[in-house]
Design a protein around this ligand. Structure first.
Ligand SMILES: Cc1ncc(C[n+]2csc(CCOP(=O)(O)OP(=O)(O)O)c2C)c(N)n1
Ligand SMILES: [Mg+2]
Length: 313
């Protein structure tokens, strides 16, 4: 939240609302090794909703990848490792470059297809070599794009049982409520593709998220979609931003940011954006942060004009 605020640009609301999803996924389900981001046996995670990449950067930082707090402070600045849409090859742990909605879902299906192909080639009854999961996180816009449905139709047809999608059902986009343009029954649509569908009624319910992910992992004969109902952002001082379209693309105002942090149990002032701030949740800090290589300081930020907060992407 602070990084988006500092950049005065980005999408804070989705990252805030999906923090519990990321927490449960990284803490209890995803197999990864931050010291070896390219380890072949890792699970893949693709953030198809690339505009919410602050969520991914925060998760990578907190789980010990080679991403520093200074990198996070450089969010959306020229030459930084934390661009406004995450880029594969630039930031360790980012599996795919995403931003164009729908595309990440297509990438994830491709990765799951590759996994299934390699598993068939190399696994033997007594020796499993290839057996990782591919997860994607998709937003409304991802599912509005045709590419995601073409890819998901193929995934269902091919019964890619190690593919698990999470759909952020927040019923809002930059342009307003989804009912302006989108009234698909997503569960039925995916069921018709041959997917297993789970529902989580409250995106803050860690137990329900955990159970849905565990159930999805148990389903091995077809892909799974977990539909998670969330409410974008958390703006007690500006209720119209919680669940509202401005929360999608607008950094919060400074006063609202100050009111949000105590509400969610975060320290309020000086310790924000500080490594010792202490998270209210116990993330696995698996990496050896001390051993991270030092990098030259990033170039000074280019002058930014105060653009309209609507419609940034
Ligand atoms: C193909 C494509 N069209 C338009 C955009 C611009 N854009 C960025 S986020 C967004 C919509 C956001 O709505 P949603 O997908 O529901 O995400 P949320 O705001 O709920 O996180 C759009 C249209 C884009 N990234 N990709
Ligand atoms: Mg949405």
């Amino acid at each position: 939240m602070d990084a988006v605020q500092q950049a005065d640009s980005g999408h804070p609301g989705t990252a805030m609302a999906l923090a519990p999803v990321a927490y449960v996924l990284w803490q209890r389900h995803l197999r990864y090794n931050p010291a070896s981001p390219d380890w072949f046996g890792r699970d893949r995670f693709v953030l198809s909703a690339g505009h919410a990449c602050m969520l991914l950067y925060a998760a990578l930082y907190l789980t010990g990848y080679d991403l520093s707090l200074d990198d996070i402070k450089q969010f959306r600045q020229w030459g930084s490792r934390t661009p406004g849409h995450s880029e594969h090859g630039l930031t360790p742990g980012v599996e795919a470059t995403t931003g164009p909605l729908g595309q990440g879902v297509g990438n994830a299906v491709g990765m799951a297809l590759a996994e299934a192909h390699l598993a068939q080639l190399f696994n033997r009854p007594s020796h499993t070599i290839v057996a990782h999961h591919t997860y994607f996180l998709a937003s409304d816009g991802d599912l509005m794009e045709g590419v995601s449905h073409e890819a998901c139709s193929l995934a269902g047809h091919l019964k890619l049982g190690r593919l698990i999608g999470i759909y952020d059902d927040n019923r809002i986009t930059i342009d307003g409520k989804t009912d302006l343009t989108f009234s698909d029954d997503t569960a039925k649509r995916f069921e018709s593709y041959g997917w297993h569908v789970e529902r989580v009624a409250d995106g803050n319910d860690l137990g329900a998220l955990d159970a849905a992910l565990a159930a999805a992992r148990r389903v091995a004969d077809r892909p799974s979609l977990i539909i998670v109902r969330t409410h974008i952002a958390l703006c007690p001082s500006k209720p119209w931003r919680t669940g509202g379209s401005p929360a999608s693309a607008a950094p919060g105002s400074k006063p609202s940011g100050r009111r949000i942090t105590p509400r969610i149990g975060r320290p309020t002032r000086s310790s924000r954006l500080s490594a010792s701030a202490g998270s209210p949740v116990a993330w696995p800090r698996a990496g050896t942060r001390d051993s991270r290589r030092s990098r030259p300081p990033p170039p000074p930020p280019t002058p930014r004009r105060r653009a309209s907060r609507r419609g940034r992407c």
